[in-house]
Design a protein around this ligand. Sequence first.
Ligand SMILES: O=C(O)/C=C/C(=O)CC(=O)CC(=O)O
Ligand SMILES: [Ca+2]
Ligand SMILES: [Mg+2]
Length: 425
Amino acid sequence: MAAVKESWVASANDPASDFSIHNLPYGVFRHQEKTRIGIAIGDQILDLRACAEHGLLLPLPQETIAACRADLLNPLMSFGPTAWSALRHQITALLDAGQPRRDSVEPHLIPMREAAMQLPAQIGDYTDFYASIHHATRVGLLFRPENPLLPNYKYVPIGYHGRASSIVISGENIHRPWGQIKSPTAASPAFGPTQSLDYELEVGIFVGQGNRLGQSIPIAEAEQHIFGLSLMNDWSARDIQAWEYQPLGPFLSKSFATTVSPWIVPLEALAPYRVPALARPAGDPAPLPYLSSPSSDRDSIDLTLEVYIESAQMRQNDRAPMLLSQGNLRDLYWTIAQLLTHHASNGCNLRPGDLLATGTVSGPGPGSEGCLLEKKHNPEPIRLPTGELRTFLEDGDRITFRAGAQKQGLPRIGFGECTGTILAP
Ligand SMILES: O=C(O)/C=C/C(=O)CC(=O)CC(=O)O
Ligand SMILES: [Ca+2]
Ligand SMILES: [Mg+2]
């Protein structure tokens, strides 16, 4: 096996680190009252603005250097893969263990624990898809027992327009929302706090280069429009949802908060983990030509995603967070390229910084449900290490998502954390 490249930032070489020199995800952080773009490396952040100001990015075009001095990622996102790749190449060189100019780079590292992460981009629009057929079938069974998977599912990537204003960064607390709730036995709804608060384990897709209004994005070019991926929690109030969603889909049951993780992992970092999309089951229709990928051997990504829960009582008793479920991005019915191409297929313009999300990532088997609603199919509620029982989230519960791509002989590409704690309304 060829030796894996190392960084002079020692913490980045720990095989358990999410952020080796092979990852280099982008984020926006606040430190000493200044907001800057940074790159995660081990337990440090490389301050890109400082790198730009100290001539460390000089081989790059002026517009790239200017975008690195911004306090949001939108300008950099708009440039496209050639510029992203050149910048990534330069950062790799600066952080490489063999770098002779280490002394000129080291002053621009900031320990992660001293920084507060911010939303990475101005998110103009947010759209959530429904790309897991396993999630769609299990949720459909609860909402529409006679007709769980509607006949359009295998032809058209289903989605809904989400709410961008209530997207928050990982770590922000989540207020239990109020809404109209109609219990099955009541004649009419009442207004009150949700009793069925849920999470949804999702992957966020940040749009890079956009497309002009009226122009679509061919599937072969779709990934050139993707700046990178993050984790996303589409918090959902199931009782509010069950009453409001027909016929236009989710509205206030999901718009109260959506959490994103701070680090955007470039698609280039995930290249070694590309895999073919799973074959569609026999008898399923082939995707229509505009959604048919020309490069079938690497349409998906082998990315493991995990959900952990920690109640207030668990924290008081120093209990470790409990693993609730584990899934893989590979299990989706629709690929990220298909979602993006479908979104633009009517000429809708996507803009740099827009956020698309896959929808809940659920697998076929028990233990891979991407939300609590799906676990209602289990005969028993979830038992926490403190003996507390859960069907939905209680005040004080903390939900944390993690994700990583990992294979023998290859460096781990981690996503960091996407976490939120439920507050009383
Ligand atoms: O099946 C339904 O009516 C609704 C399902 C959802 O709540 C899912 C949604 O937000 C999309 C997803 O996360 O897959
Ligand atoms: Ca969702
Ligand atoms: Mg939401």
